[in-house]
Design a protein around this ligand. Structure first.
Ligand code: NAD
Length: 324
């Protein structure tokens, strides 16, 4: 299959691109390299440097490469920033998605995969969070993703496209070749690993008075290779003619303190820590109910937290300054 991957030079998109290419698919990556890295693109994939905001560039990539499926990872991704810059997240992220969908449809694409987010659930009513949980995005970032899911829904109803929307919980871990390199870095595991690498003095955890066992926030950490596996399974499943929406996580939650403890065990570094105030909008616990994706896609998470942290540690030791 010929797959266009937007954001395929970024963290998750590069791993999915890699897996697609290794499975024999033809992959075209469309990325403006705002957060992405050309070095992260699989050598057999074609990298087109372009911006989804530029409709002509999007049209050109569709016309030249004629993909059969589109995987849409490219996005502004910072929840905190979205509280300051709502237009960037509800405006640009949605407009860029619309540019992509409209152009892809005009060029006959009927299959889409969207990176959505657990941020759609706000402060959830039940744990683990199933696909039946009411949607209540807790930020402009989440709201933008919600709108993109809804647009795909209506393109299914009106134009017959089929799509898979994956609400990721916390993507993490690395492969031998690919790891997480964001500027700024906002994710807990790479930040704690920066302490182990001597690049930060200590880690600040936001809040220790949440309603959780140790008072720190609980999240569901899913290895990026497990995420990639679900995407590839979904591409094939869409041929059955139904759109798909899944929560994608391991079903197990770990507190921030447990993450720090695991990094201590894996790296042997004491990881000094302090507590700061809560961050506005952080729910106490987010844990995926993953029965639906396991049942329907035959997907199963293969990596536990120790393997996730060990894989990330290996990558960061080999690339202490990221891809630079
Ligand atoms: N990392 C997580 O834990 C997580 C959790 C939930 C959802 N997501 C979603 O998954 C997707 C991938 O996340 P990631 O962590 O790999 O992010 P990332 O920033 O590493 O990758 C996004 C890529 O998109 C590119 N990009 C951004 N705007 C673009 C534009 N206008 N035109 C072309 N390219 C553009 C960036 O250069 C980057 O390479 C995002 O949509 C994100 O919202 C991520």
């Amino acid at each position: 299959m010929k797959v266009l991957v937007t954001g395929g030079a970024g963290y998750i998109g590069s791993v999915v691109t890699w897996q697609l290419a290794e499975a024999g698919h033809e992959v075209v990556v469309f990325d403006n390299l705002y957060q992405g890295h050309a070095e992260a693109v699989h050598p057999r994939a074609t990298l087109v440097v372009g911006d989804l905001a530029n409709r002509e560039q999007v049209e050109a990539v569709m016309a030249e490469h004629k993909p059969t499926a589109v995987m849409h990872f490219a996005s502004y991704t910072l929840v905190g920033e979205s509280m300051q810059l709502p237009f960037k997240y509800i405006g640009d992220n949605v407009r860029n998605g619309l540019n992509l969908f409209e152009s892809a449809l005009a060029h006959g694409v009927q299959k889409f995969v969207l990176s959505s987010t657990a941020n759609l659930f706000g402060e959830p009513q039940t744990l683990p969070i199933t696909e039946e949980e009411p949607l209540a995005p807790s930020s402009p970032y989440g709201q933008g993703k919600y709108i993109l899911e809804q647009i795909l829904h209506w393109l299914d109803v009106t134009k017959g496209i089929k799509y898979a929307a994956f609400r990721y919980f916390n993507a993490c871990g690395a492969t031998a070749e690919l790891g997480e390199d964001h500027t700024p870095e906002s994710h807990l595991i790479p930040i704690v690993l920066q302490v182990a690498l001597g690049q930060r003095e200590k880690i600040t955890l936001f809040g220790n008075d949440y309603d959780t066992a140790d008072g720190t926030c609980v999240r569901d950490y899913v290895h990026v290779l497990d995420l990639a596996e679900a995407h590839i399974r979904a591409l094939n499943k869409l041929d059955e003619g139904h759109s798909l929406t899944y929560n994608l996580g391991t079903g197990t939650g770990y507190s921030n303190l447990e993450i720090v403890q695991m990094v201590r065990e894996v790296t042997g570094h004491p990881i000094p820590l302090e507590f700061g105030p809560r961050r506005p909008g952080d729910p106490a616990s987010l844990i995926a109910g993953n029965e639906k994706v396991m049942r329907e896609l035959g997907w199963e998470p293969r990596y536990d937290l120790r393997q996730i942290v060990a894989s990330a540690w290996a990558w960061h030791q080999a690339h202490p300054n990221g891809y630079k």
